[in-house]
Design a protein around this ligand. Sequence first.
Ligand SMILES: Cc1cc2nc3c(=O)[nH]c(=O)nc-3n(C[C@H](O)[C@H](O)[C@H](O)COP(=O)(O)O)c2cc1C
Length: 185
Amino acid sequence: MATLRVPRQQPGRRPAVARPASARRFGPAGPDVDAAARQVTGEVFGRDRDGRRAYPSAGGLYAVRGHLVQSHAGAVLACAGDEQPTVGVIDAGAVREHAFAQVTGEPNWVVLTGRQPHYQERYGLRGYRYLLLEAGHLAQCLLDAAARAGLRALPVGAFDDEGLAETLGLRGADQLPLYLIALGR
Ligand SMILES: Cc1cc2nc3c(=O)[nH]c(=O)nc-3n(C[C@H](O)[C@H](O)[C@H](O)COP(=O)(O)O)c2cc1C
């Protein structure tokens, strides 16, 4: 009879975890931070040469949207790959307040939003779950891309849904704020 060898955990010999710690203190706004954040969202929301995206989506619906709040420019950009048109004017400090001032400084913010009915029409009650899972995949890609771009980051799940939707002009647009990612130095 063959003996199955089970590899043993060896304390101290585990490969180092490369993920940077979550950051809650950021520096002041600046054009360099805005540019690095645009690079991050452009990379994650864009497609590669084969037309593939950085993250998966149930049924290929790809209905989670990203809104990049640029703290220096005071603008909201729609995250749509290489093209990131300005869709609004904003005081990024308002987003920080809607996130209950959990961070200091002036990071950029990526606000992920989704339209629940989109997923529910196809997947029934599981649709909401799929929407959140997709947002999670996307957020992880943003965190990884941020680290590569030299930005520190914080994923934020605790925020004022209605206040944020109002500030972003999402009221009546059927878009539900799902997740916030602060990006800065
Ligand atoms: C779904 C989710 C929601 C989170 N929401 C918040 C939040 O609202 N405020 C916050 O300060 N950190 C938030 N975090 C970050 C965690 O607190 C953080 O990842 C955890 O403390 C571990 O620290 P580390 O990321 O430095 O390893 C959230 C993380 C996840 C995955």
